[in-house]
Design a protein around this ligand. Structure first.
Ligand SMILES: Cc1cc2nc3c(=O)[nH]c(=O)nc-3n(C[C@H](O)[C@H](O)[C@H](O)COP(=O)(O)OP(=O)(O)OC[C@H]3O[C@@H](n4cnc5c(N)ncnc54)[C@H](O)[C@@H]3O)c2cc1C
Length: 508
């Protein structure tokens, strides 16, 4: 049988995480790597989410790589097309194209305990890798709830992350299901086109004004000629958010003031007291992601919009029925119902050293050492893993911290030479997770009185990082080998034995 290709590192995914990993590997002098991507282009989130109004909700100068500043961001919160173009440029400028393998969906990867490497099956063939960096994204597999009768709905159905641009919404009766970050961008963008819009709202979000404006030519000129001005701008945006973290993590009561501002924001646009009551959240602000929009509330006050303050429970032909019994006849349903976050599909496809999948190993909840490594899954790490999400700042800060960790991991593994692997010690994973969960107890995400996508089926917050980005940066600066078992495959190499004696001494 022909030997398949073997690489030092296989990166999975080509969003911010995967491309960032690729840049970092090249900087470490590693060129023997591939980036496996199931789609036909780079961009991840920013390739898949092309719905009307799609834009970042963290300012662009912070929501971009520190090592690839873009002085030309057109707006303070730039749109999807600009962010996607930025990621395409990152792929070009950093010479990542030769490493990219599109239409290569990873179907299965299993750890070879003899050869200490990952065997990877993809839709475009098999390969093996010493190290896997999984950057499949926390918000990349859309979730559509199981609703009785949906299959027999005669009209159009799609998810916000799979927008059907061939479908003409003009003059249609459209249902928007969900009121999350995507929905509040979609609703104002399509309301002027549709004949009627019915918004199914299970829980109202807290919505704050969005300080969005065009970045002037003078600002751009300044950022191009004097790059430190762009850095200062980024630093300011970061610092403000860093100062807010304490309120989210330690003093949720302080957020009451912000609630007053959000209520005023609503009252300015919604004059009808009954509608205002339906739109007023019954939980502490920050418990769910705080959403930013200047157009959401004014849109909901328009005569062709109905807000059903209840979840969609049934579809009967073209009639949508809510939990409160209200009905709406529609031509199209747009689901803004989020993603498989706490049950990431990739976990079903990773088989570790004990022959169990990562999903099985995480059946009581996802956990990973420093958000990266899972016990029993040697030389496998994830970018934006468990408890690395942020409620108020840029995920790129967390991704870059994880890239530091990845770089040190690869460096330290390289020092060992030969075929070797690091496997996170179960006690280290548990200690890390215990610390995270202890800190989580006081946070607004756990105490604010809401149910959010940050929580898993057991009600445990496995998604958010309960601290500042600085603390996470410090925690991921270096790999502490005391937290790992070092594995070696002596029989396949020079006869050297396992470093700590407790690990493999495998037969060939
Ligand atoms: C609409 C939207 C707006 C957002 N706005 C912000 C914001 O303003 N600020 C912020 O901080 N964060 C925001 N986020 C979060 C955002 O997901 C992260 O900031 C970041 O883009 C994640 O990058 P990633 O590379 O980890 O994942 P992704 O961008 O999701 O990329 C993952 C990639 O992995 C690929 N992949 C998945 N499974 C496989 C497989 N089995 N085989 C091969 N390839 C696979 C996918 O096709 C995808 O290309 C937003 C998310 C969404 C959905």
């Amino acid at each position: 049988m022909a030997e398949h290709e073997h690489v030092r590192v296989a990166v999975i995914g080509s969003g911010f995480g995967g491309l960032g990993a690729a840049v970092r590997l090249r900087r470490e002098g590693i060129t023997d790597f591939v980036v496996l991507e199931r789609a036909d282009g780079v961009g991840g989130t920013w390739r898949d989410n092309s719905y009307p109004g799609c834009a970042c909700d963290v300012p662009s100068h912070l929501y971009s790589f520190s090592f690839a500043p873009n002085p030309d961001w057109p707006r303070t919160f730039s749109g999807q097309d600009h962010i996607r173009a930025y990621l395409e440029r990152v792929a070009d400028v950093f010479h990542l194209r030769p490493h990219l393998r599109f239409d290569s969906e990873v179907k299965l990867m299993s750890w070879d305990t003899q050869k200490l490497r990952w065997n990877i099956e993809t839709s475009s063939g098999a390969l093996s890798a010493d190290i896997v960096v999984s950057a499949t994204g926390p918000l990349s597999d859309p979730k559509i709830p199981e609703i009785p009768g949906l299959d027999s709905f005669p009209g159009k159905v799609f998810h916000s992350a799979r927008w059907d641009h061939d479908y003409d919404l003009r003059g249609k009766r459209v249902a928007m299901v969900g009121t999350g970050a995507s929905a509040i961008q979609i609703v104002p963008s399509i309301q002027p086109l549709v004949s009627r819009m019915t918004l199914f709202q299970r829980t109202p979000p807290w919505v704050m004004p969005r300080v969005d404006r065009a970045i002037t030519g003078a600002e751009r000129w300044l950022h191009q000629r004097l790059p430190f001005t762009a850095q200062a701008r980024r630093g300011l945006l970061w610092g403000i958010r860093e100062l807010q973290v304490q309120a989210f993590t330690k003093h949720p009561d302080e957020l009451g003031l912000v609630e007053q501002l959000a209520k005023r924001n609503m009252a300015r646009a919604i004059k009808n007291p009954a509608l205002r009551a339906r739109l007023t959240p019954g939980y502490r602000i920050g418990c769910k992601r705080i959403l930013l929009s200047n157009t959401y509330y004014p849109t909901l006050a328009q005569p062709n919009v109905d807000v059903v303050a209840s979840g969609l429970t049934e579809v009967r032909g073209s009639t949508l029925v809510a939990a409160d019994g209200s009905e709406a006849e529609v031509d199209a349903i747009v689901f803004g119902t989020g993603f498989h976050v706490t049950d990431m599909p990739i976990a079903e496809r990773v088989v570790g050293a004990e022959g169990v999948t990562l999903a099985e190993s995480w059946k009581d909840g996802m956990q990973a050492l420093r958000g990266a490594s899972a016990a029993g899954f040697p030389n496998w790490m994830t970018i934006i893993g468990p408890n690395t999400g942020l409620g108020n700042s840029s995920m790129i800060l967390m991704i870059e911290s994880q890239l530091n960790y990845m770089a040190d991991y690869v460096r330290q593994l390289g020092v060992l030479g030969g075929r070797a692997a690091f496997d996170a010690r179960p006690a280290a994973v548990q200690a890390w997770n215990h610390k995270v969960q202890e800190r989580m107890k006081r946070t607004v995400w756990n105490t604010g009185g809401c149910t959010s996508w940050y929580l898993d089926a057991n009600g445990r917050n496995v998604t958010v990082w309960p601290g500042t980005t600085t603390e996470f940066r410090r925690a991921t600066r270096r790999v502490d080998l005391a937290e790992y078992d070092v594995l070696r495959a002596p029989a396949l190499e020079t006869g050297a034995s396992a470093l700590d004696g407790s690990q493999v001494g495998v037969e060939a």
